[in-house]
Design a protein. Structure first.
Length: 385
């Protein structure tokens, strides 16, 4: 018996089936067996008999800049390890380290740092890089420093993918800026998710971008041309476009709770990806922090630059899930889709986002109030409350 774990008497939840009480045998980081009752022996046991626990696929955060005092842009191995080890406390088993608009040298330093990174035990898996900026619109910059915004460059992204050792999985781009549409085609050819964001595009430009290969929208509502009944903008376009999944920061700071509910009504659980867009202050006290060389004030009202612009969040995936459930009264299956399965599908991770035989043993164990009780990565308990 090598690294075996038996989990019994838990409610197993997937996005597309009725939850059921069952047992799982984990062998060497993979799900070996699932049944209503198993009698196998294992090195380690978790019994949820008296707990009424829910077992969900581990959360995947496709858009996170930092946590626990560290940031992807710090470009140090320590920063990535600290982020990865802190995220398991909120049920996250995989994430995209997200960069932001900065000088080319600073971005390249962050990319080469991720290229050298190897996960240790006890950490959420670093699944790749989300490049957010510098290929965005100055009109919708938000907390992206305007002085470093540049037009989309095919040569640049091909070079960046090389120095990152093919770890770039998602790029946020404003398609309407010069060279944007050709750039999106290149992203599709490179098998990188093209995500429309920080964009002032018209609905016609978004439709063209989707035809070219856009299949995601970066933090819906925030820093994109808003909906107007005579000019539906980016928001109207991505609402109508079934090929596009939308990221949502469900902290009720970035969007009104009823705007989050509206998105759920329109896109459905299969069209939404819960993200945190968290910065380094996540998990720390209120105060002043750095984001891309800018001072961010973090308070009970969120994270803001001195000019009032929102600058990421301090949201956890645990809280995002609770907020989504509270405002939409969605099913547990919907929670799985929005917190894990949709991200896994976008990233073409064929062994994540689902609890099934042969899949990775990446789970979050929740109580009935959706509080994280244990996080399991590759068959090992990496966090317990």
């Amino acid at each position: 018996m090598k690294n075996t774990l038996l989990i019994s008497n838990v409610t197993i939840v997937n996005h597309d089936e009725i939850p059921f009480k069952g047992d799982l045998l984990i062998d060497n980081g993979k799900i070996a067996k699932i049944s209503h009752e198993l009698f196998d022996s294992a090195e380690h046991y978790i019994d949820g008999k008296d707990e009424n626990w829910l077992l969900l696929p581990g959360y995947i955060d496709m858009h996170i800049h930092g946590s626990a005092g560290h940031d992807t842009m710090d470009a140090t191995q320590e920063a990535l390890h600290q982020m990865a080890s802190s995220l398991v406390q909120e049920g996250v088993t995989g994430f995209l380290a997200t960069t932001m608009t900065q000088s080319i040298e600073v971005i390249e330093s962050a990319l080469t740092n991720v290229a050298q990174f190897d996960n240790s035990d006890g950490e959420a898996r670093l699944l790749g890089i989300h490049v957010e900026g510098p290929f965005v619109s100055e009109k919708r910059a938000g907390a992206q420093p305007v002085e470093y915004i540049i037009p989309p460059s095919i040569e640049q992204i091909i070079y960046w993918q090389k120095i990152s050792k093919q770890r770039i999985k998602q790029v946020t781009v404003a398609p309407e800026v010069e060279g944007g549409f050709k750039f999106i085609e290149t992203l599709k050819d490179l098998d990188i998710i093209a995500s429309i964001g920080h964009s002032d595009a018209t609905i016609e430009e978004v439709d063209k971008a989707v035809a070219m290969g856009v299949r995601q929208a970066t933090h819906l509502y925030n820093q994109m041309r808003p909906f107007h009944h005579r000019n539906p903008g980016v928001v109207g376009a991505v609402f109508l476009e079934d090929k596009v999944k939308v990221e949502i920061i469900a902290d009720f700071v970035h969007s009104h709770p009823l705007s989050v509910k509206l998105a759920y009504r329109i896109k459905g659980a299969n069209g939404i990806i819960l993200i945190t867009d968290a910065m380094r202050a996540k998990g720390l006290q209120y105060g002043d922090y750095d984001l891309g060389g800018q001072t961010v004030q973090v308070s009970k009202d969120g994270a803001h630059l001195s000019n009032g612009a929102l600058a990421g969040s301090v949201l956890t995936m645990e809280q995002a899930v609770k907020n989504m459930k509270a405002i939409t009264n969605c099913s547990l299956q919907d929670i799985v889709a929005m917190s894990s399965t949709n991200a896994a599908e976008q990233l073409q991770l064929t062994t994540k986002g689902r609890i099934a035989e042969g899949f990775d043993a990446d789970f979050v164990l929740l109580d009935q109030n959706l509080n994280v009780q244990k996080t399991i990565c590759r068959g090992k308990v990496v966090f317990e409350k």
